[in-house]
Design a protein around this ligand. Structure first.
Ligand SMILES: [Zn+2]
Length: 93
């Protein structure tokens, strides 16, 4: 795969907007949206979502991503921000 930075990718996508075949609003909207996402990625505004779950030991909740202890089950870990939806834990063993 050709390695390019998110900023370069955004610039390449924006050049596509000059192509005559991309004058269809469906395509231009998709390219604008994709370029905006690449700009956000380049600016560090998008980060990988960490999925985890609460491991319950002695009525205490432990985040499977960072190990932090919590008093209750919450939607996101207050320590590391992991999404506690239990989907494919990034740190699953
Ligand atoms: Zn955590």
């Amino acid at each position: 795969m050709n390695e390019m930075s998110p900023q370069e990718c955004a610039e390449q996508l924006e050049m596509l907007l000059d192509w005559p075949t991309l004058k269809n609003p469906i395509y231009t909207d998709a390219v604008h949206y994709s370029a905006a996402l690449c700009h956000k990625l380049a600016a560090g505004e998008l980060v990988e979502v960490v999925h985890a779950h609460w491991n319950i030991v002695n009525k205490q909740y432990f985040c499977t991503a960072c190990g932090d202890e919590n008093e209750e089950s919450t939607e996101f870990c207050p320590c590391c921000g992991a999404d506690m939806d239990g989907k494919d834990d990034n740190n699953a063993k």
